[in-house]
Design a protein around this ligand. Structure first.
Ligand code: PLP
Length: 414
């Protein structure tokens, strides 16, 4: 009765504009080919983008207990509040934002930072001008392209975005642009470069946003890795940020929740946008509406696990895991410097951003390290055109493997 070619539903054409992302699949294929061609050779993965240590015990115990709650009539939890349980919102307000004026009702629990970073596009208009870093975490670009804010892709750049160049001249820390932007995505400590803003550097961004009536979406997924006292963990450490910044965080890299899924977004009551009539509208109201409409809350068990990370034991266990990865990052940073490479990151971050004095191309350096040192990395060009010539290492392997990998690099590259 129905002919297939009569289907008239029009797709969101923006999906067709998005180029395929070949980065991780190409890395995986090249590593598979290498293993097949070199059986018996021990390849060390220095490109791991996921945490590898188990979940801190405090969270495990709390989740066991929460599962038992679910087995009883009195402890059973069905649908929870879309914005998260108060026990976790309170723990976050006190544990992460004490003294910064952030209250529990400004914190929205989610199933992770990636969802929130993409979903926030629901609350600003399609014609907003979006600023993104090059290189950067690809979700900012791709989700805004899907929402229709990219324009056309010309020579690797989207015509409607304002690009915030990160390069050696600015130490991979972007400074506010000349051009106007309505929404600015910043990430600190940054993926992939591993560099992080000091409070003073961040102040320049908050001032820019205030002058331009812009809103900063601040991705602080790696804040647990901040060790330098001058480095900001939260944008709300900067006076005035409450009126112009949304902060997105995650338990993924802090406590190994990449598979459990839990994160949160802070939308202070003071951050506003403008509606078609020119009236100010608090973004918190829109985000609450968005979440209550399209999201049904993160799981009770997982939120109990996240809550336990704020107990004294939980905090100590998180610190131990983060220190382990940071120690690996330091080993990499020092070894690569010694081998004559230019190095950024690895101090307040599990990521180390590396440039070879010889290779011009990220993939060339990838191939060189694979063939000669039998170690893998992530080619920086996959994070944006200005990542060309750079690679990303991570501190997520074991310390033993990290030491061995760096021994090989220094031997081969000397
Ligand atoms: N933001 C950045 C900068 C990331 O690198 C990642 C994950 O790698 C995320 C957000 C996603 O975090 P989540 O696991 O909470 O979705």
């Amino acid at each position: 009765i129905y002919e297939l070619d009569s289907v008239k539903m029009k797709i969101n054409d923006n999906f067709e504009k998005l180029p395929e992302s070949y980065l991780f699949s190409t890395v995986a294929r090249k590593l598979r080919d290498f293993r097949e061609a070199h059986p018996g050779v021990e390849l060390i993965r220095m490109d791991i983008g996921d945490v590898t240590l188990p979940i801190p015990d405090a969270a495990i115990q709390a989740m066991h207990k929460a599962v038992d709650d679910m087995a009883t009539k009195s402890g059973f939890h069905g649908y929870g509040p879309e914005q998260g349980y108060d026990f976790l919102r309170d723990a976050i307000a006190q544990g992460d934002y004490a003294g910064m004026g952030i209250t529990a009702d400004e914190i929205f629990i989610s199933d992770g930072a990636k969802s929130d970073l993409g979903n926030l596009g629901d609350i600003y208009s399609e014609d907003s001008v979006v600023a993104v870093t090059d290189p950067g975490y690809p979700v900012y670009v791709d989700s805004n392209v899907i929402d229709g804010r990219g324009g056309e892709l010309v020579d690797g750049k989207w015509s409607r975005f304002v690009y915030l160049d990160c390069n050696e001249q600015n130490g991979f820390k972007p400074t506010p642009p000349e051009a106007h932007a309505d929404v600015i995505f910043l990430c600190s400590p940054a993926n992939p470069t591993g560099v992080a803003f000091t409070r003073d550097e961040l102040k320049a961004w908050v001032d820019f946003a205030r002058r331009n009536n812009a809103v900063i979406i601040y991705d602080s997924a790696y804040c647990a890795y901040v060790t330098d006292p001058a480095t900001a963990r939260s944008i709300y450490e900067v006076p005035g940020a409450r009126e112009v910044a949304i902060e997105v965080r995650s338990f993924s890299k802090t406590a190994g929740f990449t598979g459990l899924r839990c994160g949160y977004t802070v939308v202070p009551a003071d951050v506003c946008g403008t509606d078609a009539r020119g009236s100010k509208v608090p973004l918190r109201k829109l985000w609450l509406r968005r979440q209550t409409t399209k999201f049904n809350g993160a799981s009770y068990v997982i939120q109990r696990g996240a809550e336990a990370l704020y107990t004294p034991e939980g905090k100590a266990q998180v610190r131990t895991n983060v220190s382990y990865y940071l120690h690996n990052a330091e080993i990499i940073r020092l070894a690569m410097q010694e081998a004559g490479f230019k190095v950024y990151g690895g101090v307040d971050s599990p990521y180390i951003w590396v440039k070879s004095p010889k290779a011009e191309d990220s993939w060339e350096l990838f191939e060189q390290l694979l063939a000669q040192a039998h170690i893998s990395c992530t080619p920086g060009v996959g994070f944006g055109s200005l990542g060309q010539g750079w690679i990303r290492f991570t501190g997520f392997n074991t310390t033993e493997n990290t030491i061995e990998a760096m021994r090989r690099v220094t031997e081969v590259m000397r």
